[in-house]
Design a protein around this ligand. Sequence first.
Ligand SMILES: NC(=O)c1ccc[n+]([C@@H]2O[C@H](COP(=O)([O-])OP(=O)(O)OC[C@H]3O[C@@H](n4cnc5c(N)ncnc54)[C@H](OP(=O)(O)O)[C@@H]3O)[C@@H](O)[C@H]2O)c1
Length: 246
Amino acid sequence: MAQAGRRTVVVTGGGTGMGRAVADRCVADGARVVVVGRRLEPLDAVVRGHGPDAVTAVAADLTDPDDVQRVAEVLDGTAVHVLVNNAGGVGGAASPGLHGRLEAWRRVLDQNLLSAMLLTETLWPALARPGGRVVSIGSIAGQRGGGGAYGAAKAGLVAWSAELAARGGPDGITVNVVAPGYVEDTEFFDPGGRSSRHDALVGQTLVGRAGTPADVAAAVAYLAGPDAGYVTGQVLSVNGGAYLGR
Ligand SMILES: NC(=O)c1ccc[n+]([C@@H]2O[C@H](COP(=O)([O-])OP(=O)(O)OC[C@H]3O[C@@H](n4cnc5c(N)ncnc54)[C@H](OP(=O)(O)O)[C@@H]3O)[C@@H](O)[C@H]2O)c1
C-alpha cells in the first residue's frame, strides 16, 4: 500500500469524533490515512468521504493482540510516518463488588492505555526513521484526575510516552501526548455529541466554549508535522484554559 512521496498516517478511533477530524485533516494535508476502530460502518464513511485512494479502513479491536497484528498485516511493511493513538473511552458501568470493580478498571486500562501500547509496539519497526511521529490522545483527566481508571490510564500514557520518546530520539522519532479538555461533537459522552454537564464543563474554560474535534486535530497536525521535530516527550494541552500549564 506504499505510495511514493505520500505520508502514511494511522489513526485509531478514526471513524468518529477527534479521530475522524484528525483523519480529515491528514487527508487534506495530502497523506494517505489508515483508520482503525471496532465498528466498520463509521470507518467506511471516512473512506466514502475521501475515496479509497486516500483512506483505508481496518476494523480491529485494539485490545486484542490478534486484531492488532492484522492492522500490521494490512500495512504490509509500509513505512508509517505518523501513528495517532486516539482510540479510547470511559468503558461501561462496573458490576457490584470488588471483582466488578477490577473488571471495569481493566476494561478502561485496556481501552485507553494497553491498546496504544499494543499497536505502537507492533508498528514501531515500521515507523519512518528519521521523522516518525507518535501522538497519543491523553486527557485533562490524566492531569487533574477524574473518571477513576480513566484518569489513571491517561496519566499512564504520559509516563509511557516519555520512555518511548527516549527510545525513539536517536532514530529521529518523536513521541508526544495531546491532552484535550472537554470536546463536543464526539461519541465520547453520548452519541448526541455532548456531555450532560456541558454548561459546567464550558464554564471551567477561560475561553467560554467547548473544544471541537478540529481544535484537537490542529494540535495533532502540528506535532505530526515537520515543524515539530524538536518537540518530544511533551504533553500539549488543548483545554480552553480549564487546566493551566506550568
Ligand atoms: N470528548 C472529550 O471531551 C475527550 C476529552 C479528553 C480526551 N478524550 C479522548 O479523546 C479520544 C477520542 O475520543 P472522542 O472524544 O473523539 O470520542 P469517540 O467519538 O467516542 O471516539 C473514540 C473512538 O475510539 C474507538 N475505539 C474505542 N475503543 C476501541 C478499541 N478497543 N479498538 C479500536 N477502536 C476503539 C471508537 O470506535 P469503535 O467504537 O468503533 O471502536 C471511536 O471511534 C479518546 O481517547 C478519549 O478518551 C476525549
